[in-house]
Design a protein around this ligand. Structure first.
Ligand SMILES: [Zn+2]
Length: 76
């Protein structure tokens, strides 16, 4: 379930700039011709560096919200 955010300053629920640092292990599978196919990407570590509201231009009022219930339609 994806993390959801809310900007308490403007009420934005749908537009955020999220900067994330991910450390992953990948199985790199090369064909004899040297063509790479990445298989099995395993997430080892994930750090959220910043979440910024697209409307306010800062993340001062952004908070995490509980995941939406299944079937909930996004208010685009
Ligand atoms: Zn905002």
């Amino acid at each position: 379930m994806a993390t959801r955010y809310r900007c308490t300053a403007c009420g934005n629920l749908t537009r955020f700039d999220v900067v994330v640092t991910r450390r992953t292990r990948e199985f790199h599978h090369y064909s004899v011709g040297g063509e790479l196919e990445v298989e099995n990407t395993e997430l080892l570590d994930e750090t959220r560096d910043s979440v910024i509201c697209r409307w306010c231009g800062h993340g001062d009022a952004v908070e995490e919200t509980a995941p939406a219930p299944p079937g909930h339609a996004d208010l685009a």
